[in-house]
Design a protein around this ligand. Structure first.
Ligand code: MN
Length: 249
């Protein structure tokens, strides 16, 4: 039986005078040493939030440095979620870009920087900020980071940089294993796309290209009923639309 199954889970927020980055680092080191799973998030507002699961005695040890020194800690029991890592949340994992691409078929290419390349998915209808909308995403070949700024005519069609920014990796499984296992959770900090998203593989590598669903997670950046791809067609680089570049068909 794994430690997580044998134990419980605790959610805690910590605030007060003595909250600093060294404390956050100490929690990460203790958790990893003690085999406690979950995550910690150290925000600029001087707040530490954490989720710890596993052996109850080990969780107590992870939380120990948080006591005292003018700090207030509010732990409460939480549900065991099955984390397979102790992650630091809220850290930049790299860049992302969404390029709108008119080729044989019109689509949007979502690209996330992972281990020095841009992992890529072609999303025919584009991303959505509506959590009720599941957009098909076809895994395509990796691209280089140099391609991220490309905008202009391309063959008979064209490309614009529809959105870009940085992203955070999330979920219960470390990246890039999360992608290989077919469930990747991430947070986008773009100009149009913000907040949590999930890519869920629906059809594996057996025959043809792997198919996924791109889904907005429910958070304060969700916009139910909206269709951002249709509502905001301009390039974030130049303000141009694909029609401006290739002419309306
Ligand atoms: Mn493409």
């Amino acid at each position: 039986m794994s430690a997580a199954k044998a134990g419980g889970a605790v959610r805690a927020t910590v605030h007060g005078e003595g909250v600093d980055p060294a404390l956050c680092q100490a929690i990460v080191e203790r958790a990893r040493l003690l085999g406690v799973m979950g995550w910690v998030r150290c925000d600029d507002d001087g707040m530490i939030r954490l989720h710890a699961e596993g052996d109850p005695a080990a969780i107590v040890e992870v939380l120990a440095p948080l006591e005292g020194d003018g700090r207030e800690i509010e732990p409460e029991r939480a549900k065991v979620e099955g984390h397979e890592q102790f992650a630091v949340r809220g850290v930049n994992a790299g860049v992302f870009v969404v390029q709108e691409h008119r080729a044989t078929a019109h689509h949007f290419d979502l690209r996330l920087e992972v281990d020095g390349v841009m992992r890529s998915w072609a999303v025919p209808k584009g991303p959505s900020l509506d959590p009720a909308v599941k957009r098909m995403a076809i895994e395509v070949e990796d691209h280089s980071l140099e391609h991220n700024d490309f905008e202009g005519r391309h063959g008979d069609g064209g490309v614009i940089v529809w959105d870009r920014g940085t992203y955070e990796q999330g979920g219960r499984v470390p990246w890039p294993e999360a992608i290989e296992r077919g469930h990747a959770v991430f947070v986008l900090h773009g100009e149009k796309l913000r907040g949590g998203f999930a890519l869920q593989r629906t059809r594996g590598r057996g025959g043809g290209k792997p198919q996924w669903l791109l889904i907005k997670r429910r958070d304060d950046k969700a916009r139910p009923g909206s269709d951002v791809a249709a509502e905001q067609p301009q390039s974030v680089l130049s303000g141009r639309t694909l029609d401006d570049i290739v002419g309306s068909a």
